[in-house]
Design a protein around this ligand. Structure first.
Ligand code: KE4
Length: 428
């Protein structure tokens, strides 16, 4: 679908002053082709574009909108906080309530520090792991994306993979040398890395369920092995749950898998749609952070009262509604509709999913890591993307992203989306 006049006019203006016309690369539609639409409002499961098109949204602003867009309870919480101001630069009551909620939802988090993005959270967690262990090397995994800090933009997923630059320019070789990149779901590679770097690995960071190379889940026992080998070698285990936190389960993947990492990175849902990130975990590690310890980390808007109020409302709604079974039913319906339509067309497809997080890989090879994810037919994905968009359904504009559902997708939205996606595939 080419953007119609309003969006295309906005895009033309944006291109004059904003690189690629976007403030985050994956929004640019470069891997699926065509020009992006602009959104002027959002409510529930729906985006309203600048062209007055209504789209059923399966990006959910990349995860935060688990209750749907502009939820009245979250909106009211922001409005109430706004009465008292937007930013104080001092501690505020909301930060305390957020810290208590996070600690209650995620028991492995004994202490937590707020940031304003997921990137800041993971960047800070890496620095903390290095400061705590006095070691330099970090292990990450191909296709995992942890935001755009230098140490982690190596064989990264999400927009880096989408645009074919998993290793970003501008990262000095000396930095990259300290990052060891391993294949996900490969125990032998873990053994080899620790054997080759005895006493040098400060930490290991991974998306416990990968959401930035499409959606990939771990082999049975893999995460237990990661936990065991990092403990054995004194490396800090960091779960990047920026995307999966509070989405896969109330306590994230670590609750579902019953594994306690040393540190956890969070974001998205805990901001209720406002800028946010957080990292937390073992108190003996977190107490190395300034002002207590030698690892410096800071942020003007960390713990911002509006973001905290929105996040608190979002977490409290999760506690009140416990929507996970409902989200799982919705996700199952959507993936079944796609799988059935593909089967009727003789198109091979994988539809990996956990609850309300999913993706579609057009391949008959089971996808279990970066290499097998690349076997998916990205061109076919683009055709499905545009056919769905023409029908009023907005999927993530990349074969290397996860899709998301919200509680607002229940009812007419999921019915229509299943019909549109089935028709899109059958019409290929
Ligand atoms: P932010 O800095 O974008 O708030 O968070 C970075 C980040 C860290 N860790 C994980 C697991 C993430 O998924 C992300 C960001 N996710 C992408 C979506 N793939 C954000 C969308 C974008 O880059 O525009």
């Amino acid at each position: 679908m080419s953007a119609s006049s309003a969006s295309s006019d906005l895009f033309a203006r944006a291109l004059q002053l904003i690189p690629g016309g976007v403030n985050s690369p994956v929004r640019a539609f470069r891997s699926v082709g065509g020009a992006p639409f602009f959104t002027k409002s959002a409510r529930g499961a729906t985006l309203t574009t600048a062209d007055d098109r209504e789209l059923i949204d399966f990006v959910c602003t990349w995860g935060p909108a688990i209750h749907g867009h502009n939820h009245p309870v979250i909106k009211a919480a922001i409005a109430s906080a706004l009465e008292h101001g937007t930013s104080f630069g001092t501690p505020n009551p909301y930060e305390v309530e957020m810290a208590e909620l996070i600690a209650r939802f995620v028991p492995s988090i004994q202490k937590v520090r707020m940031t304003s993005s997921g990137t800041e959270a993971t960047m800070s967690a890496i620095r903390l792991a290095r400061g705590f262990t006095k070691r330099d090397k970090i292990i990450k995994f191909s296709g995992c994306y942890h935001g755009h800090s230098d140490a982690l933009l190596i064989k990264a997923g999400s927009g880096a993979l989408t645009h074919g630059h998993p290793d970003s320019a501008g990262v000095p070789a000396s930095f990259a040398r300290e990052t060891i990149v391993l294949p996900y779901n490969d125990r032998a590679a873990l053994d080899a890395a620790f054997a080759a770097n005895p006493g040098q690995i400060a930490g290991l960071i991974l998306e416990p369920y990968c959401g930035n190379v499409g959606f990939i889940m771990p082999d049975p026992g893999y995460l237990d092995y990661v936990r065991e080998i990092t403990a054995r070698h004194g490396a800090v285990l960091i779960f990047d749950e920026v995307m999966t936190g509070f989405r896969i389960a109330r306590g994230g993947v670590q609750e579902r898998e019953k594994i306690s990492p040393d540190l956890t990175c969070l974001g998205k849902i805990i901001g209720g749609g406002l800028p946010v990130g957080a990292f937390g975990g073992r108190a003996d590690i977190m107490d190395h952070l300034a002002p207590l310890g030698p690892v410096y980390q800071a942020g003007t808007l960390s713990g911002n009262p509006l973001a905290m109020a929105a996040g608190i409302a979002s977490l409290r709604l999760l506690e009140q509604l416990d929507p996970y079974a409902r989200l799982d039913t919705l996700g199952r319906r959507l993936c079944a509709a796609v799988a059935s339509a593909c089967q009727s067309k003789g198109i091979p497809v994988q539809t990996p999913r956990c609850g309300s997080m999913f993706s579609f890989f057009f391949t008959d090879t089971p996808v279990r890591d970066y290499e097998t994810a690349l076997k998916g037919d990205a061109k076919l994905f683009s055709r499905v993307f545009h056919a769905a968009l023409a029908g009023g359904v907005y999927l993530a504009p990349s074969a290397y992203e996860a899709g998301f559902l919200s509680t607002a997708h229940d009812g007419p939205a999921i019915d229509r989306a299943c019909d549109v996606l089935a028709a899109a595939i059958k019409g290929l």
